[in-house]
Design a protein around this ligand. Sequence first.
Ligand code: PMP
Length: 300
Amino acid sequence: MMKDQWIYLSGEFVKKEDAKISVYDHGFLYGDGVFEGIRVYSGNVYKLDEHLKRLYNSAKSIMLDIPHSSEEMTEIILETLRKNDLQDAYIRLVVSRGVGNLGLDPASCSSPQIIAIAEELAIYPKEFYENGLDIVTVATRRNSPDVLSPKVKSLNYLNNILVKIEAGLAGVSEALMLNSEGYVAEGSADNIFIIRNNTLYTPPGYIGALEGITRAAIMELSEELGYTLKEEPFTRHDVYTADEVFLTGTAAEVIAVVKVDGRIIGDGKPGYHTNVLLDGFRRKVVQDGVKIYSANEVKA
Ligand code: PMP
């Protein structure tokens, strides 16, 4: 028999089949809300504090008051993992504006809805890591800071969804998104790095990308490993002519890109440094994190 999946839904745990929200929730009506995607490795919730910080910052930016402290949110996440008896998992944490009327104004919304979904990990196919990705640049541009700050991880992901659709139409699984000035911003839901002569480059925050938790971890790791790291704007030309290119994200971790707009990157295989960073990242993730069960707590 399949075991039940329990969803945290604003104060209670309900079975997946019963986890329903109102059609009047502004998260549904308008994409009004914020979210995080968090990974759990061997019973450690990876960079939970950083994810919560980003969640609270996103919420503050859109004037959404999360009715829990960061400690309470941590407990909600840990409890969701315990309830589902998961050790390696992906968690989706959502805070929507909540139920209101049909008008745009969030003043009609009574209280935010908090949702935590923990699932077994759907790991990317092994071939993606072995062969690397073939990606294309799409016409859809990253939303710019003068419209909706790309630093806000909001429920409004239409921009990124359009990128996915464009990638699919081009017959590839990922895409390169530029900012409105034509500088490289990121992938559809992953940050980008290029490597040239042992130096790593990633677009600076002001170019318009999400401040990825994995991006920050790779930046830290690359410095520990003795690479030079530069946060600098770059163009498609720099991507085409790089020695190596890779994407980073919670689900993808570190994934090589071997072809961009038909141009083969390096020798067309995941590069040496990309593999060094992926290995280093995977070694580290099991060490730092918030433990689901504290040392003196016995797992039921
Ligand atoms: N950019 C966007 C637009 C994202 O949604 C994400 C999250 N998947 C990332 C980058 C990568 O961020 P993180 O490493 O925190 O998952």
